[in-house]
Design a protein around this ligand. Structure first.
Ligand SMILES: Cc1ncc(COP(=O)(O)O)c(C=O)c1O
Length: 306
């Protein structure tokens, strides 16, 4: 097989862009509605705004919020508006690069929270419905935790009797879906939250798909079961801007009921020879474009279009 090398001499941008167009020909035609869950396209006007907002902040790096206070402001505004949408204006959180990062962050936060508050590293098990997204399995794998899948009933909802039986002294956190990816079914969040509270366990609601659907479905009268921070016992929610938030790829939110949890997410190194290094999420370099596009989308669509 021929070894591929970095080209000796570069090519003109026009040649490369032409080739990109050609290479794309073989890909699935999302413009024709041939994809589900991979591409969230609304309309051309919105696409134009997204691309322009993204490229306005194409070079900015949110690794350093002091260098780019405008990005910090946009992140704060997105978080504040989302907290209000989730009926808990005091909720706190961070933007992340996607659902998987939000979920890994939440599981990491609870691991650290348990270690710092319960003064033990015994708590290792994530209890989640059998329909849970593999991002939780990935989080468990990366963080040295264990994922235990709780059966779902015939309607596809987490079986709360089985959940109660699964709780052990090493349980770290309970997870519920709003909704699950495979079936689009929302778990019985109020019931699950009551069980979590009874056992003094945190409850993470994975609303990566539903976080920007359910609030509007409720306003339109299609949905009524409470699933967000109105339910006592829900301690965190992951929701994706780059899914039904209709933002550009690389944008999600991890929201916590209070700072009691979020503070455990932050990483600080005082040993770095380059100076004090503070990082609230998993990524180091964070693309400014994803934040600007998310902010722009919310401003453009408003509750009316959502
Ligand atoms: C319910 C749910 N959680 C988490 C994720 C992971 O999100 P991402 O692919 O943005 O990392 C998905 C993705 O489809 C999902 O449907």
């Amino acid at each position: 097989m021929k070894t591929l090398h970095i080209p000796e001499k570069g090519q003109e941008p026009s040649t490369i862009l032409k080739e990109l167009k050609e290479r794309r020909e073989a890909d699935i035609r999302w413009e024709d509605g041939r994809t589900w869950s991979l591409v969230y396209y609304l309309n051309d006007e919105h696409q134009y705004l997204l691309q322009n907002a993204y490229t306005t902040y194409f070079s900015e790096n949110y690794l350093n919020p002091f260098a780019f206070p405008s990005l910090r402001q946009m992140e704060s505004e997105v978080l504040e508006m989302t907290a209000s949408m989730l009926h808990h204006p005091k909720a706190v959180g961070t933007m992340s690069s996607g659902g998987t990062e939000s979920i890994i962050l939440a599981m990491f936060t609870y691991r650290e929270w348990a270690r710092n508050n319960k003064k033990t590293s015994r708590h290792k098990t994530i209890l989640a419905p059998a329909t849970v997204h593999p991002a939780f399995e990935k989080a468990a794998h990366l963080l040295g935790l264990e994922l235990k899948r709780v059966p779902v009933d015939n309607g596809g909802q987490m079986d709360t009797v089985a959940l109660k039986k699964s709780i052990r002294s090493d349980t770290l956190v309970i997870v519920a879906g709003a909704p699950s990816y495979p079936y689009g079914i929302v778990d019985p969040i109020e019931e699950v939250a009551a069980i979590a509270q009874e056992h003094h366990l945190p409850l993470h609601v994975d609303a990566c798909v539903g976080g920007f659907i359910l609030p509007w479905a409720e306003k339109l009268g299609y949905w009524s079961a409470p699933w967000d921070f109105r339910v006592p016992g829900v301690t965190s929610i992951s929701l994706d801007l780059h899914k039904f938030g209709f933002s550009a790829k690389g944008a999600s939110l991890i929201m916590y009921r209070s700072m009691e949890y979020l503070r455990n997410q932050f990483f600080i190194s005082t040993e770095f020879r380059g100076g004090v290094y503070v990082s609230p999420t998993i990524l180091g370099t964070r693309p400014g474009g994803a934040i600007a596009a998310a902010w722009a989308t919310i401003q453009h669509l408003g509750q009316e279009v959502y």
